[in-house]
Ligand binder design. Structure first.
Ligand SMILES: *Cc1c(COP(=O)(O)O)cnc(C)c1O
Length: 403
């Protein structure tokens, strides 16, 4: 067997389809976000980042930086072990307490990423419930899909945000088997939001548990940044709320919150939690400082929404195909993988504007798009420059202006 040839073949298949991933090498500039530096071989240039998930710029916040410096100089670099073997740091405990409070739950559990938190929790919870059926939104994140798969339990996929379809599937199932409905609040590629209340009503009616991924909503929605469920007064109706510390909180790590028993069972049974070195105390301290700040930063949330609304309106006024979105996500339709990549390349090369092309499998084929995430740090001037650049590229590549 020519192993190398096999690997090359697999890579060539991606290239032929125009979805081979090229990573942009950037240097972030603390205090100047979204300004950054692009490294391209020997060449370097200043750029504006338009696709970061550091939604509020908390990755450079002085409180966060100071907390991380303090933790680094008192605790050192790493946690030094798994949670069970010398790796439960004081910062982890403080952070879990803070997270439980943020979502008004009894307890919380930290993971090294949001991905791991979804995979570890869904697989463990569904596996522990005998013959559990998992009802999963068709657009759920890869980490949730993997978690359900690893549970080995039966999965029923309901059409995206479709209450009727979910009810149809629930009604067909044996009323006596355990059920888990898994979905997200803000879907990050379209910017739409799940009908959380209606899903909770169905969960009550059919005796199901609910699992809500609020990764793209924590820090951003609700009076204290608890997410869409907080905004809608529904946190207590969700069995497990999952989130990340790597997006709006600007640091790294993932977590779940729920009842003491749920947290204890995942803590005790999930390999993805047990057999890995715990989060660096430096990261935990940074995340803790970030949450404490963001909790009381309603003004930042207002500004964030205003920036997104302003950019959407500017795109509409310029007749650019901005997609329907009820959140802070601003997707612009291209509809072709090669073209999408080409737009992104031209924006970078000619204008120093960085927006990553979003292609399959992140979004369905034929719905390729650019996904803009304006933060409170993106100015009117940056937006005007962006619109000018997009218009030039749209003309030169003859792209449709219909969303
Ligand atoms: C990014 C993302 C995750 C994973 O979170 P990380 O902390 O980046 O690992 C989980 N769910 C959704 C919906 C995401 O977009």
């Amino acid at each position: 067997m020519d192993y190398e040839a096999k690997f090359e073949e697999a890579i060539d298949a991606l290239k032929a389809e125009g979805r081979y991933r090229v990573f942009m090498e950037i240097g972030r500039r603390k205090g100047a976000f979204p300004n950054a530096r692009h490294y391209d071989g020997d060449a370097e240039r200043d750029i504006i980042v338009w696709c970061s998930n550091d939604y509020l710029g908390m990755g450079q916040h002085p409180d966060v930086i100071a907390a991380m410096e303090e933790a680094l100089h008192t605790n050192g670099a790493g946690a030094g072990g798994t949670r069970n073997i010398s790796g439960t740091n004081h910062y982890h405990v403080l952070l879990e307490r803070e997270l439980a409070e943020l979502h008004n739950k009894e307890a919380a559990l930290l993971f090294t990423s949001g991905y791991i938190s979804n995979d570890a929790t869904l697989s463990t919870i569904a596996k522990i419930l005998p013959d559990c059926i998992v009802y999963s939104d068709e657009l759920n994140h890869a980490s949730m899909i993997e978690g359900v798969r690893h549970s080995g339990q039966k999965k029923l996929i309901f059409r995206h945000n479709d209450v009727e379809h979910l009810e149809e599937l629930l009604a067909q199932s044996d009323p006596d088997v355990p059920k888990l409905i898994a979905f997200e609040s803000v879907y990050s590629m379209d910017g739409d939001i799940a009908p959380i209340k209606e899903f909770c009503d169905l969960a009550d009616k059919y005796g199901a548990m609910t699992y809500l991924d609020e990764v793209h909503a924590v820090g951003l929605y609700g009076e204290y940044g608890g997410g869409v469920a907080e905004r809608e007064g529904l946190m207590d109706r969700i069995s497990i709320i999952e989130g990340t510390l790597g997006k709006a909180f600007g640091v790294m790590g993932g977590y779940i919150t729920g009842t003491k028993n749920i947290i204890d069972v995942v803590r005790s049974y999930a390999p993805g939690f047990i057999f890995t070195t715990s989060l660096s105390p430096v990261l935990a301290a940074g995340a803790l400082a970030s949450i404490r700040y963001v909790k009381h930063a309603g003004d930042l949330r207002v500004k964030h929404q205003e920036r997104a609304a302003t950019l959407k309106q500017m795109f509409r006024d310029a007749d650019l195909p901005v997609m329907e979105s009820v959140s802070h996500i601003v997707p612009v339709w291209v509809g072709d993988p090669s073209l999408c990549k080409q737009v992104s390349d031209e924006l970078m090369q000619k204008f120093g504007i960085y927006v990553q092309p979003i292609n399959y499998p992140t979004v369905p084929r034929g719905t390729e798009r650019l996904r803009f995430t304006p933060s409170p740090n993106h100015t009117d001037e940056m937006m005007q420059d962006l619109v000018v650049a997009l218009n030039v590229v749209w003309e030169s590549l003859k792209i449709t202006r219909a969303a």
